[in-house]
Each structure stands twice: as structure tokens, then as C-alpha cells.
Design a protein. Structure first.
Length: 337
């Protein structure tokens, strides 16, 4: 696994601060309209299409805290705050760059000539084979979480990457993590900071964060496909209803650190942390490892059916450690206690 680039190191100290995020900002589009950059709809192989559907097929609508439905559909792969910043690109064995439109459920082939005429960099050659590249549209999470968004971009990309590995079992190959010039070159896109280059083509900036090699003819394992499709985080109300007179000490600690009382109802909890004085590159690597481990825990819980899992994110640093991420588990009726 290629290690993460150094592009996220600067903002980490700010993300660790106890300063509350400022008011919300417009998050930008849910997906980029690549047709504005002359991309055209194409039909991928049936197996690649099935894998994309397994990852992102929309389900019932999310509901607000008062129970009213929102306009945002649930997806098999979870997202912090239902922001869904992750976008999916496909590079096939010929080097063609394609992008999956999560809203319309279609795959589009990018137009290298149109992008080049706008000054975009040419994509770099990669080894033969098919790979998925996950990017994030930063405005989706930044609009809600502001300076705490960087860890959440990694969280959402890690949950997507782990979902591919979960669905395909032993099939996925090499993984590369970012942000990095390598991943930008693989996709042939400008830096997200060069917003004008993106806007010139009618697109919102994207940050490439992870790449995974897959078989040209990938096949999701049936039981895992069903588990991911049926995965739902227990509601906050379900956790709150299970809060007893003496919550688990670890649940109490995470609830206080996150400022989220519902965590006290967890049957079990797993968390990942680093010392606040850890080297920035060690923190960046730990962000990836903690969220990948958490995602695997969530997906395996869905497969076993013994417990529901709800991720917990957005921790400021407290004391001498920074909690990077946590997963609260809730035993299912009839399951182990």
C-alpha cells in the first residue's frame, strides 16, 4: 500500500482544535456534471457496472432529526453527515478515464481533448488493468464541517475503499493513498486549489484520495453484496433508548469527547487515537488506518448480523490524545450481549 502524501499535514492541527465549526456554507453540487466538459455516456462492462451499483445504488431517503425525509438518498457506503463528497473514477486497461455519475447512475468517458484545450494536464500512463479512483468534492463536507473537514474527507474515501475490498474479498490488488501528485497524474486533473481550472470546464474541484486495482471482470461476493446493500446504522434514538443508569466507561468517554450523548447507549465501542504530539505524517497515516479499520468493522457487523454499527467522527483533541474515529455498536435483538 503506497503511503499518503503530505498534502494534508498542514490542516491537521486546525482540525484537532476545539474551536466549533462556523455556520454552514453552500456545499456545491452533489456530483460533477462531466457532460459540461464534453464527457459522453458509455456503457462499462456488466461486472464493473454491477460493482458500482453495489457501492452506490440509492436507497430510502435520509431523515432529519425530527423524522421528516430529506432529499438525500441513503447509500450502501456511509458518509459523515450524509454529505457524500466521494466521486468514483474508473481507469480501464486501455488507459481510458471514465467517471461514474452517482446521481444518474451512468458512466461517462472523459474528453481528453476538451480538457487539454482548457489547460488541464495530460494523464499519466498507469500499469495495465482496471482501477477505481476515489476523489472527494471538498465543498460537500467543508460546507458543513469547515475546518474539521479534512479528516472527514479521508473517512469517506476510506469507507468507500474498504467497501470495495469487502465486496470483492481477496480480489482487489494494489492500493495507493493520497492526496498526492501521483493520484492527480493518474487521473489527469489539476490541483483542487486551482479552482479556476475546474470552473473553466463547469466543474467543482475534486481531490483524488485513493486508488485500488480491481480485476477487469470483478465479482462481488453474494453474501457481502446483500450485507452491504442492507447495511443501516442504528438511529440515534435506538442508541438513546438503550442508555442505562451506568453506561460503559469507554462509551461514556467517547460520548464526552464527541459531545454526543447517544453514544452512552452503545453495547460496545471501538476507537482509534494518536498522541497530540505525534508527527504530522504519522497522524495522516493513522487517519487512513483508523478509518479503514472502522469501515471493515462496520461491514463485518452487517455481514454477521450480530450488531448494528454507527460511526462517530468530528472529535477535537482532548488531553494528550486525539481520537481520530470511533464506531459504536448496538446488539441486535437476540444477538450476543
Amino acid at each position: 500500500m503506497r503511503q499518503v502524501g503530505r498534502g494534508i499535514l498542514g490542516p491537521l492541527a486546525e482540525a484537532m482544535s476545539s474551536r466549533a465549526p462556523a455556520g454552514p456554507l453552500p456545499p456545491g453540487p452533489r456530483v460533477n456534471d462531466w457532460a459540461a466538459a464534453r464527457a459522453v455516456v458509455v456503457e462499462p462492462s456488466r461486472s464493473v457496472r454491477d460493482l458500482l451499483d453495489d457501492l452506490w445504488r440509492p436507497g430510502p431517503l435520509h431523515r432529519a432529526a425530527d423524522g421528516t425525509p430529506t432529499r438525500i438518498p441513503r447509500r450502501p457506503v456511509p458518509s459523515a453527515g450524509a454529505c457524500y463528497p466521494v466521486q468514483t473514477h474508473v481507469i480501464d486497461g486501455t488507459g481510458a478515464r471514465r467517471v461514474f455519475d452517482h446521481e444518474r447512475g451512468v458512466v461517462l468517458r472523459r474528453d481528453a481533448e476538451a480538457e487539454g484545450a482548457s489547460g488541464w494536464p495530460a494523464s499519466e500512463r498507469v500499469t495495465a488493468g482496471t482501477r477505481l479512483v476515489f476523489t472527494v468534492q471538498p465543498g460537500r463536507s467543508f460546507g458543513r464541517y469547515r475546518h474539521r473537514a479534512w479528516p472527514l474527507w479521508i473517512a469517506d474515501a476510506a469507507y468507500a475503499l474498504a467497501a470495495v475490498q469487502f465486496l470483492l474479498g481477496a480480489q482487489p490488488g494494489r492500493v495507493e493513498l493520497g492526496p498526492s501528485a501521483r493520484l492527480r497524474g493518474m487521473l489527469g486533473v489539476p490541483r483542487a486549489a486551482d479552482a479556476e481550472a475546474w470552473l473553466a470546464l463547469g466543474l467543482a474541484p475534486e481531490i483524488p484520495l485513493a486508488s485500488v486495482e480491481i480485476a477487469d471482470d470483478p465479482a462481488s461476493l453474494p453474501a457481502r453484496r446483500a450485507a452491504l446493500a442492507g447495511r443501516r446504522s442504528p438511529s440515534i434514538e435506538e442508541f438513546s433508548a438503550r442508555i442505562g443508569p451506568a453506561p460503559r466507561p469507554d462509551a461514556e468517554r467517547i460520548a464526552r469527547a464527541a459531545g454526543q450523548a447517544w453514544v452512552r447507549g452503545a453495547s460496545a465501542i471501538s476507537s482509534w487515537s494518536v498522541p497530540v504530539d505525534a508527527a504530522p505524517d504519522a497522524v495522516a497515516a493513522a487517519l487512513w488506518e483508523s478509518h479503514l479499520s472502522a469501515a471493515r468493522l462496520c461491514y463485518e457487523a452487517s455481514l454477521s448480523g450480530d450488531a448494528g454499527a454507527r460511526p462517530v467522527s468530528g472529535f477535537p483533541s482532548t488531553g494528550d490524545r486525539w481520537i481520530l474515529h470511533a464506531v459504536a455498536l448496538l446488539d441486535t435483538p437476540g444477538g450476543p450481549r
